[in-house]
Ligand binder design. Sequence first.
Ligand code: OAD
Length: 248
Amino acid sequence: MEFSTKFINKLKYAKKLLFFTGAGISAESGISTFRGVDGIWNKMKPEELASIDGFMKNPDIVWQWYQHRRQIVHDSKPNAGHLSIAELENYYDVTVVTENVDNLHRRAGSSKIFELHGNIERNYCIDCKAPFNDTKLNEESGNPKCKECGGRIRPDVVWFGEMLPQDQFSGGQSSAESSDICFVVGTSGLVYPAAYIPIEAKQAGAFIVEINIDYTEMSRFADESFIGKSASILTELLAEVKRIKATT
Ligand code: OAD
């Protein structure tokens, strides 16, 4: 990929990079996205599987579905996209703000991560909020109960109609406000308030770069759009940064 002179200059002088990531960055790790032809929400009903009402109606089914997704995440690995972002910490102050719950940025080695929609590898009690991390990856077993109070255990992910974790969102906002370049990677940009993050970065003066296999709702905010798979584009980005840093 041929990067523009304008973008290369931005890379030369930037100090803080923000990566706002969505399901597309993990697609090449084998984790399904939500929308599009093979998207999860084309096959499953979000109101039944990703809402507190759906959970209270069918706790075992919802639990088993999350156990199944947890197994997929457990069996997958960070791809070259996640790994390139982690390695960019050798050259910049890098923050990751992700809509993903798959923990792959952490496993790739990124150190500053804000998880706007939670983390599928954690659980907590709906009554006393105690964390519950003693879950075997057994897709057949039903919804466990809290050892402290007997309440139902739910995954620590944000369901429809729920607030985002305030500390994660405000941490993401502060990073957006101070970033020099904001990369918007593998997200349809349709889900708010998460999608405010790159918009706030733009308003604060950041250069916006979209990386996606297609144009999206976010494209109109982008100063540059790189169309292609994120693993290869981020690999090329890292190589370009290494070239720049070797000569400056
Ligand atoms: P979507 O499924 O809405 O969008 C995935 C995006 O990734 C699309 O724009 C694809 O074009 C792009 N894409 C797919 N493969 C790619 C690849 N290899 N390289 C680059 N881009 C690729 O997923 P999100 O935008 O993450 O929320 O969805 C946002 C939220 O909607 C999720 O966090 C989830 C869902 O409902 C909650 O669960 C709260």
